[in-house]
Design a protein around this ligand. Structure first.
Ligand SMILES: [Zn+2]
Length: 133
């Protein structure tokens, strides 16, 4: 598991990112911060659409941003939301596909850690590239 110092840095980055979350319909604001293995932090937010199904979660936006920056190896993600909720099913799949089994820190809007888990725990027996071989 990533050390306490890195946890705190990631949570702070996710809190900062969350300020720009775009959620005019649900008012459920989420910020995420993804730590790369070369020690960079990529952040993202959820972004809603008036056509609700087109909304994209903070976790997947963050991963897409990181991939767009050429990042491929990841260590941990912090997700900050009201109550420190767990990622939705779609995000669990994408985290598994792109990041593998990383630590996932779930913190509330004050930055208080609600749970530290990992991809394997959130998506056991996952479907993945091995199934497409
Ligand atoms: Zn999601």
């Amino acid at each position: 598991m990533i050390d306490k110092n890195k946890q705190n840095i990631l949570i702070a980055a996710a809190i900062q990112a969350r300020r720009e979350a775009y959620a005019p319909y649900s008012h459920f604001y989420v910020g995420a911060a993804l730590l790369t293995k070369d020690n960079e932090i990529v952040t993202g937010i959820n972004m809603e659409s008036s056509s609700y199904g087109l909304s994209v979660c903070a976790e997947r936006n963050t991963i897409a941003t990181a991939i767009g920056k050429g990042k491929r190896d990841f260590e941990a993600m912090a997700i900050v939301s009201q109550g420190g909720v767990t990622p939705c099913g779609a995000c669990r799949q994408v985290i598994f596909d792109i990041c593998g089994n990383i630590d996932i820190i779930l913190a509330d809007e004050e930055g208080k850690i609600r749970e530290i888990t990992n991809t394997k725990a959130l998506l056991p027996n996952a479907f993945g590239d091995k199934n497409l071989a």
